[in-house]
Design a binder for this molecule. Structure first.
Ligand code: ATP
Ligand code: MG
Length: 622
């Protein structure tokens, strides 16, 4: 029996198995290590085949530089690597691998076979390694590149094998890893098989096409490019439009120098740039690669290299928030009404009729010529008949009288300009339309744009405007306060009074001036500019109550929540009649916002109907 206090050096085999425990946790770890080796070897094509979710076989084939006979023998020894030579190299790692541990670890817990041939060599070499046995090397005829077979993973460590999850779960791990490689390396062809089933075979292509091939068109058509650089880093990739945000975090791909990493704080940096673009509990889609001088990051802090340590994490955090924020602001996030033409069978078909091109309605046999003047068509679709019908409709009921006024007073009051406009329409002068606003059911505002028309949710639009004003006020960018002629008292219960104390600084920056009286009441002397006269005390109360609600539901900063509460309570409500001038002001202010398309709660503010979509819908275009 071993002397209790005697220190022994562990035999290589046991040391390797212990290391393997760290490097190889599951079949997915093997796949990751082998694909990384293939990429480090400069492969342009990598094929992966797994059987029984990698428990039975993992086979990785590459067309990289290959390994010569001597190196092949060394490759499965611990700390044998061709990737690091000096201690300084460890400070700036440019390859996926650097420890010289992966193959040694794998060889200690599975049957390993490596076949490899250098490009100009006459033949390749095959190495067969079995734990506790001397490896065998023999010549083999093969294409240049490397093939690695890993069979019966953990067969000699039953405890580890027992702890593997179901085939489906283990396969998911592998598949996630393959997807990450495929996404970040669109320059590489990846082929991936599960038994005989082809999961994907993606040829080298550009990043968007690769995302489309791997994740589908739904995602690839909703990407916003991110391209941001500072002196020391570059962030590139894509974020998804809020529309494709998911309830889970599965659509989030973060890379550092093309290595997939996990970082709670950096994920939060990206999330926070989405500000209030997302509905509660949804997570944005992103594929982002941070390119950083390897000297500024330590990738050697985690056995699977998933976590990394940045020299200046705060800097990266801020850069990510800025990069994503700028990308979102410069993109048009107005959701268009997308009509699905696969679902809507068009009754129209194009036909050739005596050299003349015609469109025929298949249902009725009606022939609709395509040679109509396009300008004329557009004129017909926007001139008076539409309005005439609405007028008749509104005058039929007294309930709708107000809508009639709201929809058309702006037009009727400007009879002259309407006439001018009709003249312009007949002349086909569409470039400078007279702006018209139509309030629908005291809820939505419609107006024409260059591309078609938009429908704006009046409450959400005003919320957005006030939210941005409030944030600016709290950042002291401008004064947003108006003094009251006479102070107004508000009564709050003790918990709300405590909350007011807590929020005092921000409430003051927002524009409220108040103090607490001896009787516990709060005396308000000034309120933010947009608080409607006569509702000051009610607003104050509601904002504090709403704040409680917002902060319970959302994971945002105090200021954000306060701005959202203020905007929600002070914004014009659904049901409020707006004059033409008011609608115009609202829309103008909305488009002056830095992010006009969503309200602070993540709901859309604007929906656009484009002329091409409408044309297709009405059968004017196939
Ligand atoms: N597919 C391959 N093509 C060419 N050379 C390879 C391939 N796989 C492994 N090698 C060689 O074998 C060596 C050992 O590989 P291994 O994965 O064990 O270590 P590493 O990649 O250097 O470091 P790490 O343990 O961090 O992955 C590599 O340094 C490389 O020289
Ligand atoms: Mg490696």
């Amino acid at each position: 029996m071993k002397d209790k206090n005697k220190i022994l050096i562990l035999p290589d085999f046991i040391a390797n198995q212990i290391a393997a425990g760290e490097v190889v946790q599951r079949p997915e770890s093997v796949v990751k290590e082998l694909v990384e080796n293939a990429l480090d070897a400069g492969a342009t094509e990598v094929a992966v085949v797994v059987k029984m979710s990698g428990k039975q076989l993992i086979h990785v084939v590459d067309n990289g530089c290959g390994i010569d006979k001597d190196d092949l023998e060394l490759s499965i020894k611990r700390h044998a690597t061709s990737k690091l030579i000096t201690a300084e190299d460890l400070e700036e790692i440019r390859t996926y691998g650097f420890r010289g541990e992966a193959l040694a670890s794998i060889a200690s817990i599975a049957l390993l076979e490596i076949r490899s041939k250098l490009k100009d060599a006459e033949h390749g070499w095959k190495l067969v390694a079995e734990p506790m046995k001397k490896e065998i090397i023999s010549p083999i005829s093969m294409d240049s590149g490397t093939q690695v077979f890993v069979k019966n993973l953990f067969y000699n460590v039953p405890a580890r094998r027992k702890f593997l999850k179901s085939d489906l779960t283990e396969f998911r791990y592998i598949s996630d890893t393959m997807i990450k490689f495929a996404i970040i390396r669109p320059d590489i062809r990846f082929t991936f098989y599960d038994n005989e089933n082809l999961i994907f075979d993606v040829l080298a292509s550009d990043p968007v096409k690769r995302i489309e091939n791997i994740l589908g068109k739904n995602i690839s058509s909703s990407l916003i490019p991110v391209d941001y650089s500072t002196d020391t880093l570059k962030i590139s990739g894509f974020v998804g439009e809020p529309l494709i945000a998911k309830q889970s975090k599965s659509g989030q791909y973060l890379f550092l120098n093309r290595r997939s990493i996990i970082s709670k704080s950096l994920s939060y940096a990206i999330f926070s740039a989405f500000e209030h673009l997302l509905e509660k509990k949804s997570h944005p889609f992103y594929v982002l690669n941070i390119i950083l001088d390897p000297k500024q990051v330590d990738v050697n802090v985690h056995p699977q290299k998933h976590e990394v340590k940045f020299e200046d994490e705060k800097y990266i955090y801020n850069a990510l928030t800025k990069a994503v924020g700028q990308a979102l602001q410069s993109s048009n996030l107005v959701p268009e009404i997308a009509l699905n033409y696969q679902e809507i069978q068009s009754p129209f078909t194009k036909m050739n009729d005596e050299d003349k091109f015609v469109v025929v309605n298949k249902m009725t046999g009606e022939v609709i010529s395509t040679e109509r003047n396009y300008q004329e068509q557009r004129g017909q679709s926007t001139t008076s008949p539409n309005f005439q019908r609405s007028r008749d409709y509104s005058s039929n009921s007294s309930e709708n009288k107000n809508f009639e006024i709201s929809a058309f007073d702006f037009l009727f009051n400007k009879k002259k300009s309407e006439n001018q406009q009709e003249e312009a329409l007949t002349k086909g002068e569409f470039e400078k339309p007279v702006q018209m606003y139509w309030q629908v059911h005291r809820k939505y505002i419609c107006t024409q744009t260059d591309k078609g028309f938009i429908v704006v949710d009046q409450h959400a639009a005003h919320e957005r405007i006030l939210y941005e004003k409030a944030l600016k006020a709290m950042n002291k960018e401008y004064s947003y306060s108006q003094d009251l002629m006479f102070p107004i008292e508000v009564e709050l219960d003790s918990s709300k009074r405590l909350l007011v104390k807590e929020l005092e600084k921000d409430l003051v920056n927002l524009g409220f001036v108040f103090d607490e009286k001896v009787n516990g009441k709060i005396s308000i002397k000034a309120v933010p500019l947009d608080v409607v006269s006569g509702s000051e005390s009610e607003s104050f109360k509601e904002i504090v109550e709403q704040y409680e609600e917002e902060s319970r539901l959302r994971d945002s900063t105090t200021r954000d929540n306060l701005a959202a509460s203020f905007s929600c309570k002070a914004a014009i409500k659904t049901g409020k009649y707006l004059t033409g001038e008011e609608m115009k002001k609202l829309i103008d202010e909305l488009f002056n916002c830095s992010m006009p398309y969503v309200c602070p709660h993540g709901r859309p503010v604007i929906i656009e109907f484009t002329i091409p979509e409408l044309d297709r819908r009405f059968g004017r275009m196939l």
